[in-house]
Design a binder for this molecule. Structure first.
Ligand SMILES: C[S@@+](CC[C@H](N)C(=O)[O-])C[C@H]1O[C@@H](n2cnc3c(N)ncnc32)[C@H](O)[C@@H]1O
Length: 190
């Protein structure tokens, strides 16, 4: 929710959902992009994509393209061609990564690959986790346990890429700083 607010996709845009999982972001993204827009969900897990596909079919969303690929290993040219074959545009207008980059190991490579699937002035939104701060630091062991159980690296801090490589950056945090939200306009033209 906070990530989509910060990303602020608009009607008609095509949004990449990186590590889309079961498609929990889709409903709010649909409200933003409308039927003239599109959502491209990329995930490495066939099981997650199966759930995402069921969600899209149940809601009658015909503008959702789902692709199975590893964001670290994929070839952006091949993925762009697959998006076009599915009726989408090769370059998307925005990208969202919620709780996914910190799971990807070499998330910097995933960031680079994601950028190669975006238009020059696209916006990028990242929501991910870090150790809680302030009063909430007492929950640090719990937060670390939850992240470790889910396979994510609580020290990854992938939103730093938005800070360092985007402009017009929106910043927010939640749950005692445990959730970090950033969105900005890309400047990478790799
Ligand atoms: C914690 S879930 C988050 C799902 C969704 N973004 C959300 O907010 O509900 C992380 C997702 O990232 C996917 N994932 C992890 N590593 C990946 C990679 N290297 N490439 C693509 N997807 C990946 C997982 O399969 C999983 O579906």
């Amino acid at each position: 929710m906070l990530g989509i607010d910060a990303l602020a996709p608009t009607t008609g845009q095509q949004v990449l959902d990186i590590g889309c999982g079961t498609g929990l972001n889709f409903s709010l993204l649909q409200q933003r992009v409308g039927t003239s827009g599109a959502i491209v969900g990329i995930d490495r897990s066939a099981e997650m994509l199966h759930q995402a596909r069921r969600r899209a079919q149940a809601r009658g969303w015909n503008n959702v393209i789902l692709l199975q690929a590893d964001m670290v290993l994929l070839d952006p040219g091949t993925i762009a061609a697959r998006i076009q074959e599915s009726g989408g545009a090769a370059a998307s207008d925005a990208a969202l990564a919620t709780y996914s980059l910190s799971l990807m190991g070499d998330w910097q490579q995933a960031w680079t690959n994601m950028n190669r699937l975006l238009s020059a002035d696209a916006r990028i939104g990242v929501v991910d986790m870090q150790d809680p701060v302030g009063w909430a630091r007492w929950f640090t062991p719990l937060a670390r346990l939850a992240c470790a159980a889910g396979g994510s690296d609580i020290t990854a801090a992938p939103w730093q890429a938005v800070e360092e490589r985007c402009v017009d950056v929106m910043r927010a945090s939640a749950r005692g700083g445990h959730l970090q939200i950033r969105a900005g306009k890309r400047t990478d033209n790799e």
